[in-house]
Design a protein around this ligand. Structure first.
Ligand code: ZN
Length: 251
């Protein structure tokens, strides 16, 4: 199976109708600034890239077809991002309507399994998954994030947004989309309140106060080889998830 058979941004009906698919995969990102050096759609680009590699691994290992749907680029954003040019804040209701239409379309076609591969920390799908499990009890809907492996042993510093991790993985998949010489330092400022810093309470961070360049984490540490190693570990984990959901009973 080539990427033209498991990546719906490239596949055609003539090919797809001759093949069998056990599940669909939905990469989901956002449209938001990523420091000064990464594309607005970084989260969906990476979620899609790792999903396609994981689907390819499942095909090679177990001969199971997983179709990676075109990525959704509409994410939930924080205060301080909303007024930045071309940042698109997408409400829970909008995201749920999109997801519901995708599930109902797949259901009508006879498919019964979908895995969301999220690439954006602001997105939260668990309650949508619960609601859709209520409405479609014989449909398996799961949610995952692409950065599903502990990054601690792969990177020098912990980061959050457009830092060493995302920049490295983007350098691995799409070096032509990384302008590292333009990157800001990604220095961040935490809440003043101790009870918010220690996570007793939660409110969304105001991005204009938390970061100068919209990044949180140092991109200067990024290399494509770090990105390749981390992506490979995450792809392996995702491929195991895809294969298990495709082939085994949940309980
Ligand atoms: Zn991101």
């Amino acid at each position: 199976m080539t990427n033209n058979e498991l990546d719906l941004t490239k596949a055609n009906y003539g090919t797809v109708k001759e093949l069998e698919y056990a599940l669909a995969v939905l990469p989901w990102g956002a449209t938001e600034p990523h420091n000064l050096h990464l594309p607005y759609t970084t989260d969906s680009i990476l979620a899609q890239a790792l999903s396609v590699d994981a689907a390819d691994a499942v095909k090679k290992r177990a001969n199971i077809g997983c179709m990676v749907l075109p990525p959704i680029t509409l994410g939930s954003q924080n205060p301080g991002q909303w007024s930045l040019p071309f940042c698109i804040h997408t409400r829970y209701e909008t995201q749920k309507a999109i997801l519901t239409d995708i599930v109902s379309s797949l259901y009508r076609q006879g498919l019964r399994k979908l895995i969301i591969v999220n690439g954006h920390g602001g997105n939260a799908f668990k309650n949508m998954v619960r609601d859709l499990a209520y409405d479609y009890p014989d449909f398996t809907l799961a949610t995952a994030i692409w950065f599903c492996v502990d990054p601690a042993t792969y990177f020098e510093a912990a980061d959050d947004h457009a830092g060493e991790l995302e920049t490295s993985v983007m350098m691995h998949y799409h070096p032509e989309l990384v302008n590292l010489e333009d990157a800001g330092a990604g220095t961040s400022k935490d809440f003043a309140l101790e009870s918010l810093r220690n996570k007793t309470g939660w409110i969304p961070r105001d991005w204009s106060k938390a970061s100068i360049d919209t990044g949180i984490g140092c991109p200067y540490l990024a290399t494509s080889s770090k990105g390749a190693a981390y992506a490979s570990a995450c792809v392996h984990q995702l491929s195991l998830l895809f294969e298990e959901i495709a082939t085994k009973a949940i309980y």
